[in-house]
Design a protein around this ligand. Structure first.
Ligand SMILES: [Zn+2]
Ligand SMILES: [Zn+2]
Length: 179
């Protein structure tokens, strides 16, 4: 549900015609966009609070509208290497152009229909496009040990070894087997 200051808006829809802009005029709309969780690589990622405060700039062109959507969100979900909770900053800056009545699909925005902008759907698509392809808990995350699955971020690499006699616990086991 978009909450647009001074404007009528329902279910994330912004009525562009209601802005009553003449050619060359522009308006800024503040709106809260709903951001449901999305799936990436089998894991769920969501924006903190499930919503973001967005700025929508609407410019009336001779043939339609030029639109710019900006918002920041904190993205939460598992780190792709160690599966610990990870947070990353998401900064969205998306643009759309809609030439009202144009027959060419290229000139129409998929989010504008009969002068009404589906702001929530645009904001969601922009979030998917803006996602880091590999969300990490930190840029140098060491991931999980391929042998035992323990997180290597907290492990001392000198002590954490399998085979090769590096792990003192394994050495002890071998000693026991010899008796
Ligand atoms: Zn990690
Ligand atoms: Zn291990």
């Amino acid at each position: 549900m978009a909450n647009v200051n001074g404007m009528h808006a329902e279910a994330g829809i912004v009525d562009l015609e209601r802005l009553s802009l003449s050619t060359g005029q522009a308006a800024r709309v503040q709106a809260t966009v709903a951001l449901p969780a999305i799936e990436l690589g089998g894991q769920e990622y969501e924006a903190a609070g499930g919503a973001a405060d967005a700025r929508l700039d609407v410019s009336r062109t001779t043939t339609g509208y030029a639109l710019r959507l900006r918002y920041e969100a904190e993205l939460m979900g598992p780190c792709v290497r160690c599966l610990e909770p990870a947070r990353s900053e998401l900064s969205v800056d998306a643009r759309e152009v809609d030439q009202t009545g144009a027959r060419d699909e290229e000139l129409r925005s998929p989010y504008v229909s009969e002068g009404r902008l589906d702001l929530d759907r645009w904001a969601n698509d922009a979030m998917v496009l803006g996602l880091p392809s590999q969300p990490l808990c930190r840029s140098d995350c060491a991931g999980l040990c391929a042998v035992c699955g323990q997180s290597l971020n907290d492990a001392d690499p000198e002590e954490h070894r399998h085979g090769g006699g590096g792990d003192p616990r394994m050495a002890k086991l071998r000693d026991l087997n010899l008796e």
